[in-house]
Design a binder for this molecule. Structure first.
Ligand code: CP
Length: 310
């Protein structure tokens, strides 16, 4: 298996074959979550530590559920009640956790590159990046790809538009890398102050006009503005942002009838996305969340379980 014994630090490191393997494995695991007994013995005896330095609803819970559905032991490390509050460094924290012999450490950190640092210092266990600063969030891009494939049957040639705060988004970066590898046609749209030129390197078309961006789109991904990462003012006001860049039902008149609307969460309802649209017929937002469990089961399995069967 292509992933065994490795780390999952970013989409950047994955080949097209790796991505296809993860997605096909996730498809086969998805059914387990619909059974009355949602558990298989695949990773019995393995242990996984969730090391989250930033808040999370979806990623942390779905990694924990993914591990438990594969019968691995999952430990949630609570940074706010740990010795991190006494000044323990990331490297020391990682090395101490590694001394307990986990098979995988899943890390979310506000600093880009923290998972890579942990991987260098924790030999003998796999590290998964669950989001590092403004850099990457690889399992989010994988679950997004799975959701698009379920609706559109392909990634190649699809017009995918990401609207919002592109600069501060690790989701946008991981999606851009994945969609480029899978030959989708990526557009990014938002305030000029929130779109870095690096996206042109990913083959993205940069557009500042929402109507132009969404017309003919097969997929629209909406991102929130990440106020917690913004040290400057990038747009005049939330009201202005919503008026110019927000997606609402009226604007859906500009789109194809079979377009899907995605959002990684959390949603700022009424700012970047109208509540009716978030819960309406175009939305696949909760399907993204369900697919997150399947993708994370696949990643855990391919890093660990597959090695012992082949
Ligand atoms: N999409 C995502 O990363 O959500 P959480 O921050 O809730 O994990």
């Amino acid at each position: 298996m292509a992933l065994r014994g490795k780390h999952l630090l970013g989409i950047e490191d994955l080949s097209v074959q790796d991505i296809e393997l993860i997605l096909s494995t996730a498809r086969s695991f998805k059914e387990i979550s619909t059974r009355p007994i949602k558990k298989v013995p695949t990773l019995r005896g393995k242990s996984v530590i969730n090391l989250f330095y930033e808040p999370s609803t979806r990623t942390r819970s779905s990694f924990e559920l993914a591990a438990k559905r594969l019968s691995a032991d999952a430990v949630n490390f609570n940074v706010s009640t740990s010795s991190v509050t006494k000044g323990e460094s990331l490297i020391d924290t990682g090395r101490n956790l590694q001394a307990m012999n986990p098979d995988i450490i899943i890390i979310r950190h506000n600093i880009a590159g923290a998972p890579h640092l942990l991987a260098r210092h924790c030999k003998g266990c796999c590290v998964i990046n669950a989001g590092d600063g403004m850099h990457e969030h690889p399992t989010q891009a994988l679950l997004d790809a799975m959701t698009i494939l379920e609706h559109k049957g392909r990634l190649d040639g699809l017009k995918v538009v990401i609207i919002g705060d592109i600069t501060h988004s690790r989701v946008a970066r991981s999606n851009a890398l994945l969609l480029k590898k899978m030959k989708s046609q990526l557009w990014v749209c938002g305030p000029p102050t929130l779109i870095p030129m690096e996206f042109e390197q990913y083959g993205a078309r940069v557009c500042y006009d929402v109507q132009e961006a969404v017309s003919d789109a097969d997929v629209i991904m909406i991102l929130r503005t990440q106020r917690e990462r913004q040290s400057e003012v990038f747009y005049p006001s939330t009201k202005e942002y919503s008026k110019r860049w927000g997606l609402n039902k009226q604007r859906m008149a500009w789109t194809k009838p079979d377009v899907i609307v995605m959002h990684p969460g959390p949603i700022n309802r009424g700012v970047e996305l109208d509540p009716d649209l978030a819960d309406g017929e175009y939305s696949v937002i909760l399907e993204q969340v369900s697919n997150g469990v399947a993708v994370r089961m696949a990643v855990l399995y391919l890093l660990l379980g597959a090695s012992e069967e082949s």
